[in-house]
Structure formats: C-alpha cells, structure tokens
Write a protein that binds this ligand. Sequence first.
Ligand SMILES: [Zn+2]
Length: 415
Amino acid sequence: MFDEKYKFTCAERFLRYVKYDTQSDEESKSFPSTEKQKILSADLEKELKEIGLKDAQMDGWGYVMATLPSNTNKDVPVISFIAHVDTSPSVTGKDVTPVINKNYQGGDIKLKNGGWVIKERENPDLLNMKGYDIITTDGSTLLGADNKAGVAEIIDAVNYLITHPEIKHGDIKVCFTPDEEVGRGTEKIDLKKLGAEYGYTVDGSSRGEIEFETFSADAVVIKFYGKNIHPGYAKGQMINSIKIASAFIESLPKDKLSPETTEGREGYIHCNAFNGNEELTTLKFIIRDFDTQKLKEYESMLKQSAEDAIKKFPGSRLEFDVIEQYRNMKEILDKHPKVIDYAVEALNRLGIKPKMHPIRGGTDGSRLCFMGLPTPNIFAGEHSFHSQLEWVAVQDMEMAVKFIVEISKVWEEKS
Ligand SMILES: [Zn+2]
C-alpha cells in the first residue's frame, strides 16, 4: 500500500521547472537544438544527486542519466523512466507564470491574459477534476507540463522509493532527454550507458493512459524541375514548375487520406510545405498509417501522380525521395508483452481503469523501441499541450508518482 502520509514533491518541483525556458528549435542544426535546455538538465543532475542518486550525470549532449540501485536479491530486469526537458517550438516558454486553481469546482477556466478560456466542453477530462488543484498558464505562454510534469513525477517517485527502503525494486534508471519536440530526442542517446532492458516514457495525458501503438511515419520530398526564361520572351519555352506542382496537388484525393478528413485508425498523406519558383518547386509531405505496409502504397500512389503531372509538361522532370521517420512501436512491444502487462497490473492495483488507444502521432518511445529499448508511453496528466491552454491537475501528477512506484514494485514481484 502507498504511504498516504508521504508528502509529495512533484507539484513543487514542477512549478520550479516551468520557470526554465527550455524551448527547442526546429531550425537549429546543433545538438541540443538550444543550449538553454542544458541549464535545467544540469540542475536536474544536482537534484538527483541531492536525493541520493550518486551517479547522476548530464553528458555533453544534455542527456541526464542516473541509477536507483536495486535493493532486492532477485534478478529484476533494469527498467527506465524517461521524460523530456524541452518544450514545443509552437508557443513561447519564456517567463512562464503558472496559476494554481485550487479546489476546482467545474466549469470553464478563464486565463488572465489573451482572452484564453479552457472550456469544459473541449476538455472532457475536466469533468473528473472536481476538488482537484489545476495548474494553468496566465495565458501568455505555454505551461510546459509536456513534459516537465513527467520529469517532476519521476524524481518524486524515486524520492518515494528512497525514503521507503522497505519497498523492493530492481535497478531503476532515470533518463531526461532534450529535443523531443523537434523529433530529435533520441538522436544522441547512449543506450549502452543507460543500460536498461525496458523503458517507459512518462509523457501521456489522461489518468490511466498507456500508449503502445503509434503511427508509422515517413516523409516524402518531391522536386519538380521546370525551365525559366525571361517572361517577355518565354513563349513556347518556359516550363513553370509551380504549375506542375499545382497540377500534381490538384490530382490528389480531396475527400480522403488527409489529416482533416481522417480519424481513428485511418492513415493520411499530408503536404506541409510548398516552395518554389519557375525553375524548381519543392513539396514536402508527411505520410502516416498504423500499418507500415500502407506507407508504401501511399508513396507509390504519390509517385505515380507526380509522374503523371510531369507528362503534361514536356521537358520537365522530377525527383522523389522517401525518408523513413519512425515506426509503429506495437511491432516491437507485441514481442515483449510484460512491459504492458505489468503497467496494466500496476493500474489495477491503484484502482484505475486502463485507457489504451492508438496515438495519431509518434513518441520518442517509437524510436527507442526500434533502437532496442521497448518503451510504451504512460500518463503524466498533461492536457492541451503545445498551447496557452495547457493544464495539469496536481492530483493527477501525484497519481502518476504512485503509478511509477507501483510499476517498479510489480517488476520486482514478478521476477
Ligand atoms: Zn511531450
């Protein structure tokens, strides 16, 4: 049983971490994409040492790793809890002023600045939050609950285990990463150094969530080459690549296969950049489906349509490139059923109904799975992330702490 007298530290930690501006940058070529992320990471190394994790260390890339050593004679697989320190490039994370709405009594929450309102109608989880303390922004920034809530919860859970040595557990590895929001969170990760057999990213939303199915994802870049001539003398000679690209876009399906026309398990083809001049127009696409095979189908459909488009413009040509992004983690996790089973067992013990649905996106876990570390994603209590409307309930954060503790116990007991 959880020690109900335990004084949680996750909320206090969280409120401190959101004060660090750790926004990552999509345009940056360096690693981490912004140096300021390392300011928080260096302080997390200190905090981990302070609570007793002697080997806590931030490496040169900004990854923080630490070990809570096993206290059992059993041979327990090493598990890792992982969270990211960066916040989304979409909304500023500078000068975050969190607001605590104590003892929430239902209804919409109006933010101080910018006319933002967190609407109950758009946030069905708010219906289960009566009496909870809800942390929001003041409307001028994002909050950074994604994923500083996860960081705070992991440290609090480790602190609980340290202050309750009667609870048996195997080696537990803590890992904080940079640059998740720009899709580079695993780029420089040293999995040998981490030395874990299984992982959990603590970066999910609602209480009870366990996510183990993500999209498979590719990117496609298509370049249409035309021929430029002074427009005054272009008759019969100019081939305008913008027109080729437009004809191609026009030929794609309109009522299906795009983000705005699909949901649930349906995949899509999405054009997210169109840049060009007469000579060269470059189109970028992201391709998504839960079934990896389908990506190939979508890509050959795109290629066929692009080839049909240049046939209408004699003298033009095209380049077509597919870049693999990430794969559905379920392909790996199906081979390691314990990772999910033990998390479900932990939720059952806490009396929480597991919520398991496929994510229409990816996580660092998707990449970690294929790098050899089976890693589903578990709830951290984050809501409406990447926006001024972000919020998290203190009581959800505390439940996430209990969940991490319970998962650690289940692994020990079942070993
Ligand atoms: Zn996140």
